[in-house]
Design a protein around this ligand. Structure first.
Ligand code: UD1
Length: 402
């Protein structure tokens, strides 16, 4: 259910739990949750924790898009829930800003920390910057150079207004430098998403459990379960009916060669239904559609897959960390290290290119890869170390402007 907007003050939603001068850490949408989990844990660790509070904007609110992740990843319940829900980009961004401002006013935070590139990232970043509160961006500097992607706009703008920027790969450093950002503010710390992956890999739900009861043809061979994982949710892929139809036809064809597991994002479920394509996929032999799955289920599915086909940014990184071949259904990637060093191949949405890449993986195993530098499970600890020095240097003075 979509929560309704209201004029109710966010005070009612837990503001009293925020200690003045704490670091306000923001999450909003699914890919933020696995990034914030190790950061909250690192900040809380040891005899002298860094005071921090968690604000959830409510951009993602369905149980399958939120609750499962908080529980599985052990993320503390948000101190403040802004409950914004869905809307157009303008409405969602504006509503997050409107509801976040009184939180900043009341909390006098030492800084606001945002992760990733979703609407919550730029919305809360703008509020902080306009109030003179220092802004920290985790996963800064990634660029697809495609301004038609809403996330690219969010990334570029957030980086421009950030005081402290943490990066995951060398390309990000170069991008930020080119955009005139003082290198002294940029710290290469590795990848917090991979911290989470390493931390939870042993607890991943085996694919056999998630796929129990599915009797697709050729689902098993001598090496065990044999399947591909598919995810799709980018507006450029799912909101355009012609592209979506081409992708669906390609997936149905691919499923003739290898069973395809497809956890369906709510945006995509809506788009498939509107285009009348949901029945075609559901009835296709070798395709298993699932509702959005939890983090541990997805980790198990990816780890056991012969290949992953996706338009997600995070899954390009996760497959590289897992050494599983990834076919990226986009024209570009903001994470070039996954192609240069990892297992990722960017193919776009052309049927022949997708099927050729899949065939290559099925016949040769696909390209190998190595795990990029500092994707070692220690990124959040590095972030904490930098933050402690930075806060100490600033005198940890609460700073707000009216
Ligand atoms: C957002 C992020 C994207 C991220 C993705 C991961 C932006 C611009 N995009 O895209 O970068 O990769 O999350 O999931 O911030 N919906 C629900 N339940 C929910 C959330 C969404 O039903 O809990 C439906 C709504 O119909 C909504 C649609 O999904 O309109 C899209 O949600 P939204 O948050 O606008 O963007 P995403 O496509 O999820």
């Amino acid at each position: 259910m979509i929560p309704e907007s209201s004029d109710e003050s966010p005070r009612a939603a837990g503001l009293e739990r925020v200690a003045p001068g704490a670091l306000l850490c923001v999450v909003g949408a699914r890919p933020n949750f696995m990034k914030i989990a190790p950061i909250m844990e690192a900040l809380a660790a040891g005899p002298a924790p860094v005071p921090a509070a968690l604000v959830h904007t409510g951009q993602h609110y369905d149980a399958g898009m939120k609750a499962a992740f908080f529980t599985q990843l052990g993320i503390p319940e948000p101190d403040v829930d802004l409950g914004v829900g869905s809307g157009s980009h303008a409405v969602q961004t504006a509503e997050i800003m409107r509801r976040f401002e009184p939180v900043v006013d009341a909390a006098h935070p030492a800084a606001v920390l945002v992760v990733g590139d979703v609407n919550s990232t730029i919305a809360c970043g703008l509020v902080a910057a306009k109030k003179g509160v220092p802004l920290i961006h985790v996963e800064a500097g990634l660029r697809s150079f495609d301004r038609a992607m809403p996330e690219e706009v969010n990334r570029v703008l957030t980086d421009q207004i950030s005081d402290l920027l943490f990066t995951t790969e060398a390309s990000a450093q170069a991008n930020l430098e080119r955009e005139g950002i003082d290198p002294a503010r940029v710290h290469f710390v590795g990848n917090v998403m991979i911290d989470t992956l390493r931390r939870h890999l042993e607890r991943a739900v085996p694919a056999a459990t998630t796929l129990a009861g599915w009797s697709a043809p050729d689902l098993e061979d001598a090496r065990g379960l044999r399947y591909a994982v598919l995810t799709l949710h980018r507006p450029s892929n799912v909101d355009d009916a012609a592209t979506l139809e081409r992708l669906v036809a390609t997936v149905v064809e691919l499923a003739g060669a290898i069973p395809v597991v497809f956890p369906v994002h709510p945006r995509t479920a809506g788009a498939l239904a509107r285009a009348g394509l949901d029945g075609r996929l559901a009835q296709a032999r070798g395709v298993r559609m699932l509702p959005p799955v939890g983090y541990l289920e997805m980790l198990g599915l990816m780890a056991g897959a012969r290949m992953v086909l996706t338009d997600s940014g995070g899954m390009q990184e996760e497959t590289t960390a897992l050494g599983v071949p990834c076919i990226t259904l986009r024209e570009n990637t903001e994470r070039p290290i996954t192609v240069e060093e990892g297992t990722n191949t960017v193919v776009g949405t052309d049927r022949a290119r997708i099927l050729a890449a899949a065939r290559d993986i099925l016949t040769t195993g696909g390209k190998g890869g190595r795990v990029p530098r500092l994707w070692d499970g220690q990124a959040a600890r590095r972030i904490r170390a930098v933050l402690e020095d930075w806060l100490a240097a600033r005198g940890a003075e609460p700073a707000t402007r009216d």
